[in-house]
Design a protein around this ligand. Sequence first.
Ligand SMILES: Nc1ncnc2c1ncn2[C@@H]1O[C@H](COP(=O)(O)OP(=O)(O)O)[C@@H](O)[C@H]1O
Ligand SMILES: [Mg+2]
Length: 301
Amino acid sequence: MELLLANDLVKRFGQTNAVKGINFHIEEGRCVSLLGPNGAGKTTTLKLLSGLLEPTSGSIDFKGEKAKDLREYIGYLPQYPAFFHWMSGKEFLVFAGQLAKLGRKQAEKRSEELLERVGLTDAKKRKIGGYSGGMKQRLGLAQALIHRPKLLILDEPVSALDPLGRREVLDMMREIKEDTTILFSTHVLHDAEEISDDILIMHAGEIAISGSLESVMDAYRQPILQIEFESQAADWLESIASYSFVSEVNSQGNKASIVLNDMENGKQTILKEIVDRKLPIRTFEISQTTLEDLFMKVVKA
Ligand SMILES: Nc1ncnc2c1ncn2[C@@H]1O[C@H](COP(=O)(O)OP(=O)(O)O)[C@@H](O)[C@H]1O
Ligand SMILES: [Mg+2]
């Protein structure tokens, strides 16, 4: 079922066109990554969805209806969360619960549940100022979940963390996605690949590619030959670029990657040329383009 639908969302800041009329939808129960380089418009998009920014034009539907105030349904963890360092983890959650209009008793109860869930029960009385990066981010997740939102929006939840903290938070997100729809942004491809069901690739204020991780991979995957030569083979590489089965030739030093449209034909012809011309090669590998190749292509476009 469709949970959220963005219709032609536009956001301008003066002369800056941060979001240029984007359309996408989020299915209930999915974990969706919004992937893109810095400045792509991810934070702006997430703020529009969570009601922190008004769109210049366009609209958002939530469960098929035009949404006015989404805050009740959405939990949001900002890219740079601000904590009160003098509060304990527990105090902070109770405070957040009361801001979300829970009664004192309810806020207490929900805080205890969430501290347990994010693994901070033992640290609940300690001041937030002494928490590690990963602990702070887990507390941030608990805060965003306090009112049982239908959609959890996380802006670069792991980007500022060290590898250990990153692991902690990704594992936590994996658990949360079992019962809550998640939309999270990242500029790190690996994070998107690791836990998302669907991806939205954003570049310069537009959604360049969207779909399930699998379908995007299937649709854009191309065979590729990776060849390492013993010396430069620039002339030959230039000559093969005109073959119809060659889609792209990239080379760096003695290494080349040749993206093909037609694997069988391409492989045979290229192997034959290498033999006929006695080109000295060190390695010859047949593989497929990865999501990273696709991402780099979108970002450089
Ligand atoms: N409050 C603002 N005022 C002016 N420009 C902004 C503001 N917020 C974001 N921008 C600009 O909008 C573009 C997209 O920014 P942002 O949404 O933060 O991208 P991302 O999160 O993908 O790095 C950038 O060019 C940024 O400088
Ligand atoms: Mg951002």
